[in-house]
Design a protein around this ligand. Structure first.
Ligand code: G6P
Length: 497
């Protein structure tokens, strides 16, 4: 804070960009966590006097705001009961499956909704207490969809952006949600609502039209205010990316290159190493991928002496039933396939239920001839972009599901698959395994041009640029009050933005 009343930019996200550990004396220590969002926002936060409001990740952990890496961090405390209802329940057993094509059936509980509202209000209040007059608040993701409206109710002077990191579902699914109108109104508290894909923004605008009856024109939604004044909300796509340069440089270091050679040697120097890297989540299509791989071994189109699959599945949301069931299924399938096809010194699948630091990930990407991203639905999928950023040698093949946000951007270099079509996916995996080096180079160069130019700094600049350039901060009167159509005049300005 620079001696003024508050911070010019306040980020609100479910998690703080730090992990905590409790020392032997019971003292709490914070360490930076290497998440994508913090990398994206660090430069803008440091340049613009920023604060970050988020949950510490543990129950009942209360802490005063503190400074780290030139940012003010503002912890929000959640009780064990709130973690169960707001985080594991409403966020990850209601919204997550509903927004991911109901791959797993969403659960609707009124007590979870109550906790979601209460916790969203706590995040909103914390942001309100930090933001300077006329400042900017940027709210992130599905856990906090009510926060924009809650902030606006207290602070009409601030600019509010919201970015949804996951898909926004088609109306036919979204309308299952018993609190669908409240969620839309919560989001419409923002000035700018950002999505990964144009299709997500279109789904949102359609839901607003059908369930709220607001007028929409292209990306602009006109929201009538209670005082007879309209507001304009813009909904548009801002596909997120990674810190591509940093990943590219990391993968070029002698240590990472050496580690990647070691990995291949430890795997028995296979001709073809395939790699999957995912949170252990049912949206990622891990079961479909393993099924296809097992059938390829069964058919004899791949064999364990020449090929192997490394599957990194990092632990996630382990208290939610659907995740426990998935773990059992995946581990059962891996065990069956290894039991059936592995030989001494040649595992069919190397399954690693861990998270790894970026250096180890970069080494794995460099070692892998084929990267398998077979999600059934994914907002973006940053693993696909990390693989590309790591491959400065222009080698490797990216097999990419059509159902990822990344497919909208990377279709010219990746081999696209429909993971539900097991036979089709098997053919593509075999084609990837046999692709010649010239073709690999041609495709990887196209992918790298895209990933290295559209990085995460560009993403955050572009979102904040549109948010801060939005025309009127002062609400204008509706036509019947003001005698002219102020909304239409404003739209003309915005259409050119
Ligand atoms: C997805 C979500 C993020 C979330 C992350 C990890 O990427 O979009 O909001 O933080 O998964 O999930 P977790 O539940 O561990 O925060």
């Amino acid at each position: 804070m620079t001696g003024k009343e508050g911070f010019d930019l306040v980020v609100v996200a479910n998690r703080l960009p730090v992990d905590f550990t409790v020392g032997p004396g019971g003292d709490v220590e914070w360490n930076r966590s290497p998440g994508g969002l913090v990398t994206a926002l660090e430069p803008v936060m440091q340049a613009s006097d920023g604060a970050w409001v988020g949950w510490s990740g543990a129950p009942d952990l209360a802490s005063e705001p503190f400074d780290a890496d030139d940012m003010r961090l503002v912890p929000v405390t959640l009780s064990a009961d709130e973690i169960e209802r707001y985080y594991e329940g409403f966020s990850n057993d209601t919204l997550w499956p509903l927004y991911h094509d109901v791959i797993s059936p969403p659960t609707y509980h009124r007590t979870w909704w109550e906790a979601y509202r209460r916790v969203n209000q706590r995040f909103a209040d914390a942001a309100v207490a930090q933001v300077s007059p006329g400042g900017v608040v940027w709210v992130h993701d599905y856990q906090l969809q009510l926060v924009p409206q809650m902030i606006r109710a207290q602070r009409p002077d601030v600019r509010i952006g919201f970015f949804n990191h996951i898909p926004f579902p088609p109306l036919e699914l979204f309308q299952q949600l018993p609190w669908r109108r409240q969620v839309l109104d919560g989001l419409l508290g923002a000035d700018l609502v950002g999505f990964q894909r144009a299709g997500d923004a279109a789904n949102f605008i359609r839901a607003v039209r059908r369930l709220r009856a607001h007028t929409t024109r292209g990306p602009i939604i006109t929201v009538p205010g209670e005082d007879g004044r309209d507001r304009h909300v813009r909904a548009a796509a801002f596909p997120i990316s990674i810190d591509s340069r940093r990943f590219d440089e990391l993968a070029r270091t002698p240590e990472v290159q050496q580690r990647s050679r070691e990995i291949r040697a430890d795997l028995g120097d296979p001709d073809i190493m395939m790699l999957g890297v995912d949170r252990l989540d049912y949206t990622k299509g891990i079961r479909h991928r393993i099924k296809a791989y097992g059938e390829l071994l069964q058919d004899g189109r791949l064999d364990v002496e020449h090929a192997t699959l490394v599957q990194v599945a990092s632990p996630s949301r382990e208290n939610v039933d659907a995740y426990q069931e998935l773990r059992e299924h995946v581990e059962g399938a891996v065990g069956r396939i290894n039991g059936e096809y592995a030989e001494i010194g040649h595992a069919a699948i190397h399954y690693l239920h861990h998270s790894y630091p970026p250096e180890e990930m970069a080494a794995l990407y460099l070692a892998a001839d084929v990267m398998l991203v077979t999600a059934l639905r994914d907002g973006m999928n940053l693993v696909a972009k990390e693989y590309v950023a790591a491959r400065s040698d222009d080698r490797g093949v990216l097999v990419l599901s059509e159902f990822t946000g990344a497919a909208d951007e990377l279709s010219s270099g990746a081999l696209l698959v429909n993971p539900h079509d097991i036979d089709g996916m098997k053919d593509i995996i075999v084609a990837a395994a046999h692709m010649d080096h010239r073709e690999q180079r041609k495709r990887m160069r196209r992918l790298r041009r895209k990933v290295l130019s559209d990085d995460v700094a560009k993403w955050s600049e572009s979102f904040l640029g549109v948010l801060t350039a939005m025309p009127s901060r002062v609400p204008h009167r509706r036509q019947d009050d003001a005698g002219h159509d102020g909304a239409q005049a404003d739209l003309a300005v915005e259409a050119g933005a």
